[in-house]
Design a protein around this ligand. Sequence first.
Ligand SMILES: Cc1cc2nc3c(=O)[nH]c(=O)nc-3n(C[C@H](O)[C@H](O)[C@H](O)COP(=O)(O)OP(=O)(O)OC[C@H]3O[C@@H](n4cnc5c(N)ncnc54)[C@H](O)[C@@H]3O)c2cc1C
Length: 393
Amino acid sequence: MNYDVVVSGAGPAGSKCAEVIAKAGYKVALIEKDINYRKPCGGGLPRDSIYKYYPQLRKLDLVKKNAILMFSADHHKLEHSYEYSEDNPIVIDRLEFDNLARNVAIEAGAELFDKNVSYDFIYKGQKRVGIRTKTPLGVKEYLANIIIIADGMNSKLANKSGLRGKWKPLEIGIGKVEILEGQNNLNERCTYFFFKEYGYNWIFPIDKQKFNIGSITYYENNLKYNLNNLFKEFLHEVRNKNLLLEKDYKVIWSASFPEPATGVLEKSLYGDNIILIGDAAGFVAPISGEGIHGAIVSGQVAGETSIGAIEKEDFTVNSLKEFKKHPKIRKIIRMFKFQHKFVNFIYENEGENLNKAFKMAEESSEFKKIIINTFIFGQTPPKDFISQIKGMN
Ligand SMILES: Cc1cc2nc3c(=O)[nH]c(=O)nc-3n(C[C@H](O)[C@H](O)[C@H](O)COP(=O)(O)OP(=O)(O)OC[C@H]3O[C@@H](n4cnc5c(N)ncnc54)[C@H](O)[C@@H]3O)c2cc1C
């Protein structure tokens, strides 16, 4: 089958990319291993710009958040509430969100191929001309001028592309996440964060009964700690805080998964007729672990870059480098570089700097605002933020 573009992976990155290309009238194949797969994720969509990319979200009956509660490892507590608005952050079940994004791509004209596991490139001489997938009916081939790799962290194609290698434990976060259902004392308009020396835990209420709950470790802590034990300890802690009431909640879903944590792999983003986007290319904010936004933005820019290449009939590295030059991509790369530096600092000395930062936030409302924006909304803190924390006794 011949396409202008083949996109491997119909998560937020791949679906947005396919939508943009199809909308421009080009032929795009969107390859997905399983549309019933629920990506392990907190499902937190903290940015109001999400409604710009997916206005369809407004029609869903999702609880809008207007409060945040954060705890440091040494139990400093930060509370923040903000005005209620239609554009406030939301928490969504990823199965619901991914299928919404796929349907938007299909409505724009993309062809979705489910139950296709992409595993290799097709070559003509030295040139990559498409991808091969395994399906219940055997191997399938999709030929295209441009190949977009959007099939996540563990992408087989990204590993085979020659653009990047596999992630090492010291470059990632590993999260355990569950959706639980039952009686609780959570405020459904609030999101809860519990920072620790190894990473953090969260509770994101979905509605009155259901909530997404998880634990994540980072870098060397991936090897030092047992994630399942941390998760159990966390459940114990929130029961003691009287936030969770039941001994045994109904487990709707449970999974563990890694996420990139060092920022965008800026040297691995494109090659001749290939672009890497979303988690496959490290578009995850190193502090907050927020990756849906980066996936969507990189998907949109890769879509626009592909359209430019099709119109010029130039699919070489020289043409596709426009992806990395785009102001939105440059901004994300810059932000994540600083955030990575910051996150290394914050978890130094068993999280001592993190505790200091929370203590300062307790004492200064200005500092509190910076902490919230940095940790929750993926914003970059001011340059002197590190020196201010260092200077604190
Ligand atoms: C525990 C945890 C919690 C998180 N919480 C949040 C959060 O609250 N908010 C937030 O913004 N981000 C969060 N993230 C990050 C977020 O989940 C990712 O950054 C985001 O899903 C990346 O989107 P993507 O489209 O690049 O990749 P993915 O969402 O991984 O999508 C890849 C798609 O490709 C498909 N696929 C995979 N392999 C193949 C193959 N071989 N062939 C065909 N298809 C394939 C998959 O089925 C999937 O549909 C979290 C991550 C983790 C691990």
